[in-house]
Design a protein around this ligand. Structure first.
Ligand code: DX5
Ligand code: ZN
Length: 213
């Protein structure tokens, strides 16, 4: 049984206090920090890029779980690796050659994740499951925090978990979007072992986040 980990999304944090917010999350027991990078092209929102990530990473030791909602993504992978990303997760739709992008992230000695939007099925990434460290199942359409959890993605989590066990693979199953203290239990039961949460965590004033999940 994989350890259940929490990866709070700083998309819902106070952007004028990002460094302090990350410190508070570390103290509250977060296992990693989920950094949502958006380019206003792949998704209709714009957030932060490598310079900010580099500045934040300088003052923190926690793992940076960087979710790249940018396209084209391949040519920017190295910038995020250099900025301090520990896990680099990309969307298959954002690269012309998923295998090349996966290998690029691995060559940079970073963990590699693939993110599946609610409508994107597992079939398209089956051949890569043995080569990646993480699958990020989106339970909202990417672009914004504070959206409603889409329970239909739980079937996809269950299917992915079955595949992981059948093929004896070791990738993490991360779920991202609208996670709260109720649906997190259903997500864990379905097979997710890393929970991303932004609004819920920041709304709960960043209490001891571990206990509530
Ligand atoms: C959405 C992001 C998610 C989101 C999570 O595109 O990938 O990480 O910010 O935030 P909540 O928990 O508010 O849905
Ligand atoms: Zn995300």
């Amino acid at each position: 049984m994989k350890k259940i980990q929490i990866s709070p999304s700083i998309l819902s944090a106070d952007f004028s206090q990002l460094g302090n917010e990350i410190k508070r999350l570390e103290e509250a027991g977060a296992d990693m920090i989920h950094v949502d990078v958006m380019d206003g092209h792949f998704v209709p929102n714009l957030t932060i890029g490598p310079p900010v990530i580099k500045a934040l990473k300088k003052n923190s030791s926690i793992l940076f779980d960087v979710h790249l909602m940018i396209s084209p993504v391949h040519k920017y992978i190295e910038d995020y690796a250099d900025a301090g990303a520990d896990i680099i997760t990309i969307h298959p739709e954002a690269t012309e050659d998923l295998k090349l992008s996966i290998n690029k992230i691995k060559d940079l000695k970073k963990k590699v994740g693939i993110s599946l939007n609610p409508k994107t099925q597992i079939d398209g990434i089956m051949e890569y499951l043995s080569e990646i460290d993480l699958v990020l199942i989106m339970s909202v359409n990417p672009g914004f925090g504070g959206q409603k959890f889409m329970p239909e993605v739980l079937d996809k989590v269950k299917k992915l978990k079955r595949l992981q066990v059948e093929k004896n693979l070791d990738f993490e199953i991360e779920i991202d979007g609208g996670i709260n203290f109720d649906n997190s239990k259903k997500a864990i039961e379905a097979g997710a072992n890393i929970l991303v949460s932004g609004t819920t965590i920041f709304k709960s004033n960043n209490g001891d986040i571990k206990k509530k999940y």
